[in-house]
Design a protein around this ligand. Structure first.
Ligand code: ADP
Ligand code: GN1
Ligand code: MG
Length: 371
C-alpha cells in the first residue's frame, strides 16, 4: 500500500524540511521509516524514526503511547543530572503539532515519531563478548531504572503476552482447526511441543502464589532491541518499548538469552548452526546480574536459566501457531518462514535442555562473583 508519508510527517514537530524518507524493513511488527530533515543553515540533516504502530497487535495504541511517555520520561529524569550525554541519547517521543504523542490518520492508522539514535547499532546476532556484556547490562539497567516508576500500574499493551499456558491453548485450537492444512508439514515440531508442554505453567504458578514479583519489564528483549555505540561498543539505550508493562523480570532475561547466545539468525535453516553458546551465556548472565543483583529475589535468580528455556519454548509455540494459522501475526518474507523460525527455537530449547544444569551453575557462580 502506498502511503502519503509526507502528509503524515506534517503532523509532528520536527525541525527543518523533510528531505528523505527511507523504509527500514526490520522487526516483525511495526512499519518503520527513517526521516531526514534539513534546515537551510545546517550542513547535515537531522534524522527521526517514524513508525506506524501495528494496531492489529496493539489494540489500544494511545495507551501504549501513554506507557512509553511515562517510561521514557522517568528514565531521562533519573539520569539527566548524572549523565546528561546518555540522557540525550535515550528514546524520546516527538510531539505532534496538536501536542499529542501520536497521529491517527484517516484510515485509522496510528503514527509516532522518535528521535533517531545516531552512531548506534542494533545487532540481530552478537558474536563478541564485549557487545554481549553491554547488551545484557542495558537490559538489566532498563529494569533497574524502572524499579521506582511512580504512579499506577502501566497498561497491559497486549493481554497475556507471556502467558505460556494460554499460548499453548491457542496452539491446540489452531491445530485442531488446521485451516491451512499445514499440520502435515510440522509433525516432529508438533510432537516436541506436546512432549514438553508440562513446563508451560511453572512461572505463572510461581507468580500466582506470590513467589516471584510482578515488576515493570520490557517483555521483548530481543538483542536487536538494544542500541550499542558504534564506536565505543558501550550500551546507549533500549528501544521497542511497546510491550513495556507489568511482567516478570526473568522473562526479559530469558528472551535476551534466546536471541543473544546463539550465533545463528532466528530464521536460520541450517540447524547445525543453532545452539546456546555457554561462554556467551555466562557473559550475558554477568552483564544482567551486575545491574539486577540488588533487586532480584533468590527465587527469581534460581529460575533465570529455566526462564530462558521457557521463553524460548513459548516463542517456538508462537511461531508454530502462526505458521499453522496462515502467517497472520509475524511479517514473513518467504514460504515456510514461520516454520523455519519455529525450528530454530525448537533447536534452541533442545540445546538449553542439554545444558540446563551447567547454565544453573553459571548463574550461581556469576551472582556470587558480582555480590
Ligand atoms: P519492531 O517492533 O517492528 O521490531 P522497532 O521499534 O524494534 O520495531 O524498530 C525496528 C528497527 O528500527 C530497530 O531494530 C532499529 O534498527 C531501528 N530503530 C528503531 N528505533 C530507532 C531509533 N530511535 N533510532 C535508530 N534506529 C531505530
Ligand atoms: C516480535 O517487534 P519485534 O520484532 O522486536 C514480537 C516478540 C517476539 C519477536 C520474535 C509485540 O518482536 O514478542 O519475541 O518478534 N513482538 C510482539 O522475533 O509480538
Ligand atoms: Mg524490534
Amino acid at each position: 500500500m502506498k502511503r502519503d508519508i509526507k502528509s503524515i510527517v506534517k503532523h509532528f514537530r520536527i525541525c527543518g524540511e523533510l528531505t528523505e524518507i527511507r523504509p527500514l524493513p526490520r522487526g516483525h511488527i511495526n512499519d518503520t521509516y527513517v526521516l531526514t530533515t534539513k534546515k537551510n543553515s545546517d550542513k547535515i540533516g537531522v534524522r527521526y524514526i517514524l513508525q506506524r504502530i501495528n494496531h492489529t497487535v496493539f489494540k489500544n495504541p494511545p495507551s501504549v503511547m501513554g506507557n512509553i511517555i511515562r517510561v521514557t520520561e522517568h528514565i531521562r529524569s533519573r539520569i539527566q543530572r548524572i549523565d546528561p550525554g546518555l540522557a540525550s541519547r535515550q528514546l524520546t517521543v516527538i510531539s505532534g503539532v496538536d501536542d499529542t504523542c501520536f497521529h491517527k490518520d484517516s484510515e485509522g492508522n496510528f503514527w509516532r515519531v522518535y528521535n533517531f539514535i545516531e552512531d548506534a547499532v542494533a545487532y540481530d546476532t552478537i558474536e563478541s563478548a564485549e557487545l554481549a556484556y553491554e547488551a545484557a547490562r542495558m537490559f538489566g539497567w532498563f529494569q533497574k531504572m524502572l524499579v521506582d516508576l511512580p504512579g499506577p500500574a502501566l497498561h497491559e499493551s497486549i493481554c497475556d503476552f507471556h502467558n505460556t499456558p494460554k499460548r499453548f491453548e491457542t496452539f491446540q485450537r489452531v491445530l485442531e482447526e488446521d485451516t491451512c492444512n499445514r499440520a502435515k508439514n510440522a509433525k516432529p515440531e508438533i510432537n516436541f511441543l506436546f512432549d514438553n508442554a508440562a513446563i508451560c505453567d511453572v512461572l505463572l504458578n510461581l507468580a500466582g502464589k506470590g513467589k516471584i514479583p510482578i515488576r515493570v519489564t520490557h517483555n521483548d528483549t530481543k538483542v536487536n532491541n538494544v542500541m550499542l555505540d558504534k564506536n565505543t561498543n558501550k550500551g546507549v539505550c533500549v528501544i521497542d518499548l511497546d510491550t513495556v508493562m507489568p511482567g516478570l523480570s526473568i522473562c526479559d532475561f530469558g528472551d535476551m538469552i534466546r536471541t543473544g547466545t546463539t550465533f545463528a539468525d532466528e530464521d536460520e535453516r541450517n540447524l547445525s548452526k543453532v545452539a546456546v553458546n555457554l561462554p556467551m551465556f555466562e557473559v550475558f548472565a554477568r552483564g544482567f546480574a551486575e545491574q539486577s543483583r540488588h533487586f532480584l529475589t533468590s527465587t527469581e535468580k534460581e529460575h533465570l536459566a529455566f526462564a530462558a528455556k521457557l521463553i524460548t519454548f513459548e516463542q517456538f509455540i508462537r511461531f508454530l501457531t502462526d505458521y499453522m494459522a496462515g502467517d497472520v501475526y509475524y511479517k514473513v518474507h518467504r514460504e515456510g518462514h514461520n516454520l523455519d523460525r519455529s525450528r530454530t527455537q525448537m533447536k534452541l530449547v533442545q540445546s538449553i535442555i542439554k545444558q540446563e544444569e551447567a547454565m544453573n551453575e553459571v548463574i550461581e557462580r556469576v551472582f556470587q562473583q558480582v555480590d
